[in-house]
Ligand binder design. Structure first.
Ligand code: WTA
Length: 648
């Protein structure tokens, strides 16, 4: 996003107060209650978080210090011991929740399964023993590359139970991307499935794993679930069928007492430069963030059936399909497949069938629903819904209004939640029984979270002035480091404004203190709510022999938020053709995954560069969006390039 765009222009004046019946039953039912929590947190943040940690989590051993802050490295609840899977499972077995549905699962072909807390506990204990049997020990990394099936949640909870560090890779990533992530984390084991279902087709996960780990020494064992049933290669000694090996172990697995700061997982996310960063989260702080925010923002009740449509391969699935919900004893629904399979009403059908009461999805999905038409949701009874949510990117007010009226029947508050892989949990979001909503803003920070909008010098800006979004205090669920590269952690997040966490987002705060997120200020695209570094796509393109140089930018896309546009210069022995365009698109899919496929691919003789050789992406973004390239072009080395590009 260019500097001038930081002057925000969005004008949205509609305000939606929480419906009184909602406020009456809500945990936090008024702005006074919200304010009281904020005041408590502001007065003594550490005491506030200590109170939450004591009330919300079960501890095996209490902590000695709440926060040890050697900026920018935080340790929360040092000296304490706990087990995350015990917090998500065992503690619910001692009361009536034992036979409550923990997980309701629906497969794409229409099969379904429900696991009570008791049943989920049993499966998790057994898989913990499988991990141990296959030689995994505390601290080892386990890569998980799976479809959205219950075994995915079981595998992650089993890792947490014994202190193995999971590294979940989204099933849409290519073998190459999977390989990079397994290699960087030096995973000892991969848990996968023969395949997964997506729009009636099989995603050949096991084949991808075989390619990904070919020649990688770190991986010693592969466990696969039989899901789709097609033929897959089987390497005796290395490969194991889940259903075979799980029958060889018992279900006694005492939850390992783990230090608060024991690493829980690594999740790779895109950055501005180089390869994806392995964001590391800790046990206690992360679980506290996920538990606290789920309770407050979703206003969870024991009668709720909650559904988050995110894949567990992304942070949203970690925190808000699995951990934050199970630790609260909620019922969480998980769906394997596509929203438009077999028809465009699949989501509404699921809500109708399972009487879903809380529905959390992404703006990109909402824009697709709008395009497919109202007739699909209108076919179904959506009266069970009481709360809606969004995450992943700013929601445009039109989409918000559609969601509110067509899906929520003007009855359900919408929680627009701002957060990041790095923050672990929601940071800015309404409390649905208290906060008056305005379409397009994530509203106000959660109590205990301290965001600020600052200028280039790091000074807070005035109301309605655009600037950079930072967080001024450490928070429990913050990332602890970048795996294997603490220098990069410091550089990426803490150097631009010393002492402040830099989010990479632009924002403004309105006169009521509401935060309006304006998108990324760095070279990161947001495609369908997923972050993609322009560098990654460029490296993928340049790795093809035909490509001399590539520059990748985003262009606004009606459904996906942004789509990928690539400007490519060719090696002299190659000539531009439609066929070559297709080849290069396919190459990117192979290297990264379908999410990174360039929508537009433009061949050019040269790229616009400054005299010092930096590609001027700002100009490319304007061209990609079909706009006149505006702003300063005086540093451009060769001004004629712009005209050529426009004609390309
Ligand atoms: C964007 C997803 C506006 C933002 C949880 C952030 C949002 C990036 C919102 C993180 C929102 C996420 N409003 N923008 N409600 N939620 N974003 O790591 O740019 O995949 O920095 O985490 O998504 O993406 P990530």
């Amino acid at each position: 996003m260019s500097e001038q765009n930081l002057t925000s222009v969005l004008k949205e004046e509609r305000v939606f107060a929480p419906p009184p019946p909602f406020s009456l039953q809500a945990g936090i039912g008024s702005m006074e209650q919200y304010q009281a929590l904020c005041d408590e947190a502001k007065q003594d943040p550490e005491a506030f978080w200590a109170r939450q940690a004591g009330e919300l989590l079960d501890w095996i051993q209490p902590w000695d210090t709440v926060l040890d802050w050697e900026a920018p490295f935080a340790k929360w609840f040092e000296g304490g011991k706990l087990n995350l899977s015990a917090n998500c499972l065992d503690r619910h077995l001692a009361n009536w929740r034992r036979n409550k549905a923990a997980l309701i699962w629906e497969g794409e072909p229409g099969d379904s399964r429900t696991l009570t807390y008791q049943q989920l506990h049993y499966e998790v204990c057994r898989f913990t023993n499988v991990l141990k049997k296959l030689g995994v020990v505390k601290g080892d990394r386990v890569a998980i590359y799976m479809p959205m099936i219950p075994e995915l949640a079981i595998a992650m909870l089993a890792c947490a139970r014994m202190g193995a560090v999971h590294n979940i890779v989204f099933g849409g990533f290519s073998a190459e991307s999977l390989r990079d992530r397994i290699d960087d984390a030096q995973a000892k084991m991969v848990v996968t499935a023969d395949g997964g279902w997506r729009r009636g087709q099989i995603v050949p996960l096991k084949d991808m794993v075989d390619q990904a780990i070919d020649g990688l020494n770190c991986v010693q064992q592969v466990v696969m679930v039989k899901r789709t049933g097609q033929q897959v290669a089987f390497h005796p000694g290395r490969d194991h069928w889940w259903h075979d090996i799980i029958d060889c172990v018992d279900a006694n697995a005492v939850p390992e007492p783990l230090d608060s700061e024991h690493p829980l997982f690594i999740l790779y996310t895109s950055g501005t430069t180089g390869k994806p960063k392995g964001v590391v989260h800790s046990t206690a702080g992360y679980l506290l963030g996920a538990t606290y925010s789920s309770k407050l923002v979703f206003d969870l009740k024991d009668t709720d059936t909650y559904w988050c449509t995110a894949d567990i391969g992304w942070i949203t699935g970690h925190s808000y399909v699995v951990y934050g919900l199970l630790s609260n004893g909620a019922t969480t629904l998980m769906y394997e497949g596509a929203p438009n399979y077999p028809e465009a009403d699949r989501f509404w059908k699921i809500i109708d069938k399972h009487r879903v009461s809380i529905f959390y999805t992404a703006p990109t999905a909402i824009r697709a629903f709008i395009k497919w038409g109202e007739k699909w949701p209108l076919r179904h009874d959506l009266s069970s819904l009481r709360l809606l949510g969004t995450v992943g990117e700013p929601i445009n007010p039109e989409a918000w209004i559609w969601y509110h009226s067509v899906i929520g029947k003007n009855r359900c508050p919408i929680v627009d939640t701002w957060w990041q892989t790095e923050t672990g949990a929601m940071m800015i979001a309404p409390l649905p029984g208290a906060t008056p909503l305005k379409p397009g803003t994530a509203t106000l920070p959660l109590p205990g979270i301290f965001p600020e909008v600052v200028d280039r010098e790091g000074k807070p800006v005035g109301a309605n002035e655009g600037g950079y979004l930072v967080i001024t205090h450490p928070w429990p669920s913050m990332l602890r480091t970048v795996y294997g590269d603490p220098e990069r952690y410091v550089q990426n997040y803490w150097t631009r404004y010393p002492g402040l966490y830099f989010t990479g987002d632009g924002a403004r705060r309105d006169a009521d203190g509401y935060f309006w997120i304006m998108g990324r200020v760095d070279d990161v695209l947001n495609v369908s709510g997923h972050r993609l570094g322009t560098m990654e796509v460029e490296s993928a393109l340049v790795s093809h022999e035909a490509v001399a140089e590539a520059a990748v930018v985003g262009k606004p896309d009606e459904i996906r938020g942004e789509s990928v546009v690539a400007f490519v210069t060719l090696e002299s022995s190659y000539t531009a053709s439609e066929e070559l365009k297709d080849t290069l698109r396919q190459h990117v899919v192979k290297e990264i995954g379908a999410i990174a496929r360039p929508e537009d691919l433009i061949f050019t003789d040269a790229l616009p560069k400054t005299r010092s050789g930096k590609i001027m992406r700002r100009l490319l973004r304007d061209i990609a969006a079909g706009k006149q390239a505006t702003g300063d072009t005086s540093t451009l080395e060769d001004a004629s390039i712009l005209d050529k590009l426009r004609d390309a």
